[in-house]
Design a protein. Structure first.
Length: 217
């Protein structure tokens, strides 16, 4: 997804929230292209060949990442997102770019539907790991579907991001929102990925987000 939401089984609230913002994300992609963190993700992914690759984009949003790689020679993509609105915009872009025959979009929580999704060469999770309470399950299921390259972004461990997360969680409790982000031990997450047969290929960051790209050993 384009920003953190929450999971923890609350797909309905997450879907409604991001569906309300889906047109804004689509307009931003159309006018400004990729966000800095997405450019870093793609820079890391491109260190391995994308020609003919199959893509799994978890929390795909309006499709910025996988559509860009399809236009650069990737073969096919699967986009998964909780938000029907985001998937609707992604489908519009795929059709506009003439890529609709090479894309598949699946609504839902990836950890719940992973068993129905085939393995792909490249897996991407842009600002998604903070959306899941059970991060171990997400990493286990997503790395298990990855043949070659595993790319993700997570919040920077600084005062700014920790403060934003705490503030969001406090507001969510106060207003009874059905979604909120989760803060995890990002070092432990990195260790878990390495332990599952990957090595670090690329490491970069913005003020707010840390980008990590791994390749299977």
């Amino acid at each position: 997804m384009s920003v953190c939401c929450s999971s923890g089984g609350s797909c309905v609230g997450t879907s409604k929230f991001f569906s309300r913002w889906s047109r804004w994300y689509a307009q931003r992609f159309r006018k400004g292209g990729l966000e800095p963190v997405q450019k870093y993700l793609l820079a890391g992914i491109r260190k391995e060949s994308v020609s003919g690759a199959t893509l799994l984009d978890i929390g795909c949003g309006v499709g910025s990442l996988h559509l860009t790689l399809l236009r650069e020679g990737a073969a096919r993509s699967i986009g998964v997102d909780m938000s029907e609105g985001m998937l609707r915009e992604a489908k519009h872009f795929a059709q506009e770019f003439g890529l609709q025959e090479r894309t598949e979009y699946i609504p839902g929580d990836f950890t719940q539907i992973a068993g129905t999704i085939p393995e792909c060469d490249i897996t991407m999770l842009d600002k998604v790991v903070c959306c899941y309470e059970d991060l171990d399950a997400l990493i286990r299921s997503s790395t298990g579907k990855t043949k070659r390259v595993f790319a993700l972004s997570h919040p920077q461990e600084n005062i700014l991001m920790k403060g934003l997360f705490k503030g969001h969680r406090a507001l969510a409790r106060f207003f009874g929102w059905s979604f909120h982000p989760f803060w995890h031990d990002w070092s432990a997450m990195r260790s878990q990925i390495l332990a599952r047969g990957f090595e670090l290929l690329y490491d970069n960051s913005t003020i707010s987000w840390h980008v990590l790209v791994f390749r299977r050993i």
